[in-house]
Design a protein around this ligand. Structure first.
Ligand code: NAD
Length: 501
């Protein structure tokens, strides 16, 4: 597998990309940035874009534009049906431009366009959910004595800064922008330095859909410059963050040290997939575990990267997963034939490789994979990898690798499975495989996670669509995201107390 991938006809390349500039008040803005950095096409290592690192002046301009638009009120005060019409039109435009958005993301960070999950089409559906949801949020009328009437309406928080990662660039923008704008806020969006293009295209499409200029502004650049300036800004009312736990902790410090802005933080994970040898369909489990390792090359926050399997089934399960991983088609993420892409960057590639090297320095720990792939291409391809015979305190068991690597641990009984599953600094997701319904419920109730999936996608259900909410536990973050409760998180309750005698 060390040959170069074939070149995809009509693939986007560096020459197809517009320059990356802040987008403020509906217009590109010349950045005050003194320095630049270079991004690379992860499928071949070629230089892609030179991007300004960003500057506090860019952030000040964007926050001022957002504040002006908020005070002016053309979005905040718009009737619900008007907001709904704009967001629905925007969702339609996202769907219309889905192929380009997916190709931009594939070029910048390597998600294969053939993988439908968290694609631009699903981002369009998510935007539609928020458009439909915005007039379903109700205020309260409180029980009070007959001398007064007390109501609690909910209103926008003001200027929201949204700081997002690179792993699903389009979708991660929409998961913030949809509810923040549906709630009536004005927003400054900071995309990851590795994936700015789809964020800027989304902002232009928002204008076309009728969102007033200044309501959505984008400031690209480095996290420690632009992201930090936003999280420390005295005129930002809320910062909503998705990214690593390390940076999430800093965001909380910046907020606390500045104006005590509200923080929502969706951070890292090390989620367990718990497999009981009690009559479950081992092929269905193996297929789902293989899919989860391959999806976006394991660069998924909720990836079940800790496989906890009952000791009597461990060897059989690994034997079933191996051939499914061997069947991958690595290649150009922009090609419809590619099922497996590169990692996002050289730094991420080196990080994942070093976890594998350190773990396999001890014999008998590599159950599958571990090699670099498509070496001739210059791209950042790494084989899906299964590690086993590990102590529970090994770094590959405890730390988020954010790559296609699973660590397999065994348990003897239900109590041990629960203990191992919760023995983590993180609390994002858990996946339970058992033929015993009562046991599945016991386990689900015992999990300390934002979401627990029982018989994880044994049937490919769409569940409640975009209507579910999750609230991470422990160092996976804080605050609700998703569904109606996720929209409410972008609003503030106010008590209005009429004394009428
Ligand atoms: P990251 O934390 O390095 O960066 C995330 C964002 O924060 C980027 O825009 C970055 O520029 C910015 N940033 C970096 N340093 C900053 C600073 N000092 N101040 C302010 N902003 C700063 O994460 P990443 O590598 O882009 O993404 C991978 C991480 O995201 C993983 O840990 C993954 O689990 C997490 N993630 C979580 C969820 C979730 O819903 N819980 C979803 C997707 C990704």
């Amino acid at each position: 597998m060390n040959q170069a991938p074939t070149v995809t006809p009509n693939r986007l390349t560096a020459k197809d990309l517009p320059p990356v500039m802040p987008f403020v008040d509906g217009l590109p803005l010349a950045s005050g940035s003194a320095d630049h950095f270079v991004t690379h096409d992860p499928s071949n290592g070629d230089a892609l874009l030179e991007i300004g690192c960003g500057a506090a002046a860019d952030v000040d301009a964007a926050v001022a534009a957002a504040r002006r638009s908020f005070e002016k009120g053309s979005w905040r005060r718009a009737a619900p049906h008007e907001k709904k019409a704009v967001l629905s039109r925007w969702a339609d435009l996202i769907a219309e431009h889905a192929a380009r958005l997916d190709a931009l993301d594939a070029l910048e960070m390597g998600k294969p366009v053939a993988q439908a999950g968290f694609s631009a089409a699903s981002a369009a559906a998510l935007m539609n959910f928020n458009a439909e949801a915005l007039d379903k949020i109700l205020g309260d009328v409180l029980s009070s004595d007959s001398l007064s009437t007390v109501i609690q309406p909910r209103g926008p928080r003001g200027v929201v800064a949204a700081i997002v990662p690179w792993n699903f660039p389009t979708y991660n923008c929409v998961i913030k922008l949809g509810p923040a704008l549906a709630a009536g806020n004005s927003v400054v969006l900071k995309p990851s330095e590795l994936s700015s293009q789809s964020a800027l295209l989304l902002a232009r499409l928002a204008l076309d859909a009728g969102l007033p200029p200044g309501v959505l502004n984008v400031v690209p650049g480095r996290g420690d410059i632009v992201g930090r300036a936003l999280a420390e800004h005295m005129d930002v009312d809320m910062v909503t963050f998705t990214g690593s736990t390390a940076v999430g902790k800093r965001i909380m410090q910046y907020a606390g040290a500045s104006n005590m802005k509200v923080v929502g933080a969706e951070c890292g994970g090390k989620s367990p997939q718990i497999v009981f040898d009690d009559g479950i369909d081992i092929d269905a489990v193996a297929a789902q575990i293989a899919r989860s390792i391959l999806f976006n090359q394991g660069q998924v926050c909720s990836f079940g990267s800790r496989i906890l399997v009952q000791n009597t089934m461990k060897d059989a399960l690994i034997d079933r997963v191996r051939p499914l991983l061997a069947g991958i088609q690595p290649g150009d993420p922009q090609s419809a034939d590619t099922s497996y892409g590169p990692l996002v960057s050289k730094a991420q590639f080196d990080k994942v490789a070093s976890y594998i090297e350190n773990a396999t320095a001890v014999p008998d720990r590599l159950a599958y994979g571990g090699r670099k792939l498509l070496g001739e291409s210059g791209g950042y391809y790494i084989e899906p990898t299964i590690l086993h015979n590990l102590a529970p305190d090994n770094p590959v068991v405890r730390e988020e690798i954010f790559g296609p690597v699973v660590a397999v641990l065994t348990f003897a009984n239900e109590d041990e499975a629960i203990r191992l599953a919760n023995d983590s600094d993180y609390g994002l997701a858990a996946y339970i495989w058992s033929a015993d319904m009562a046991r599945s419920f016991r386990l689900a109730h015992a999990m300390r996670t934002a979401i627990t999936v029982v018989n994880a996608e044994a049937v490919a259900s769409f569940g409640p669509g975009h209507a579910y909410s999750g609230e991470p536990a422990r160092m996976s973050g804080l605050g609700v995201e998703g569904g109606l409760a996720g929209l409410e998180a972008y609003q503030r309750r106010q008590t209005i107390w009429f004394n009428h005698g």
